[in-house]
Design a protein around this ligand. Structure first.
Ligand code: DX5
Ligand code: ZN
Length: 218
């Protein structure tokens, strides 16, 4: 099993206290910052553009895990590369679940020397993409319908985590399994038991004391 990484989602950050909260993240056991990009089309909400990611890049050395919830990831991936992403994760659904387009975008992101991953919404199965795992540093399993923080965890998605973990245990893959949505100290435990090694948590981290909330996920 990969070592555990906590990736707080700054979608839930209090932007009137950004530098204070960023310092708390840096003091905490979190190694990554999860940056949710929403285009108002792939999901019914808008969040941040590349200029905000650039501000994070200037302010911290933490690893920037960039989750593209956009309809045109082929267009936006280079824009977020230039803004300072360390890892770019896009949705299979945005590429019509077409394995060739998914493979090509993973290869393109790797050609920039960045890490690359793909994500599936709660209702999208994982089996059609198992053949692409060797091209992915990480697979992100959505445990809520993407678009908003603060939703309830959907436990049924853990069967996809177990499928991915079996691929690793069989020695066919050695990437990370990340989960995103509704993570708190209880659901984190369930997710880790199923094989998750990378936990995204937004509202749970930022609505509590940041450092102790991160501790409680470890
Ligand atoms: C949801 C985003 C998540 C969100 C998680 O579409 O992808 O990263 O910030 O928020 P919580 O942890 O509050 O469910
Ligand atoms: Zn996310």
């Amino acid at each position: 099993m990969e070592s555990l990484i906590i990736a707080p989602s700054v979608l839930s950050m209090d932007y009137t206290r950004m530098s204070e909260q960023l310092q708390a993240l840096e003091r905490s056991k979190a190694d990554w910052i999860h940056f949710d990009v929403m285009d108002g089309h792939f999901v019914p909400n808008l969040s941040f553009g590349p200029d905000i990611l650039k501000q994070f890049r200037k302010s911290t050395d933490m690893f920037l895990d960039t989750h593209l919830m956009v309809s045109d990831p082929e267009f936006f991936a280079p824009i977020f590369r230039d803004a300072g992403a360390d890892l770019i994760v896009f949705h299979t659904e945005a590429l019509d679940n077409d394995p060739k387009r998914i493979a090509d975008l993973l290869d393109t992101i790797h050609s920039w020397n960045l890490q690359a991953g793909f994500s599936v919404k709660p209702d999208t199965p994982i089996e059609p993409f198992l053949g692409l795992l060797d091209k992915a540093d990480l697979v992100l399993i959505m445990s809520v319908h993407p678009g908003y923080g603060g939703q309830k965890f959907i436990p049924e998605v853990l069967s996809k985590v177990r499928t991915l973990d079996e691929e690793r245990k069989a020695g066919r893959w050695n990437g990370r399994i990340e989960i995103d949505g509704g993570i708190n100290s209880e659901t984190a435990k369930e997710a880790k038991e199923a094989g998750v090694d990378t936990l995204v948590a937004g509202s749970y981290v930022f609505k509590n004391d940041i450092e102790s909330a991160v501790d409680s996920l470890c």
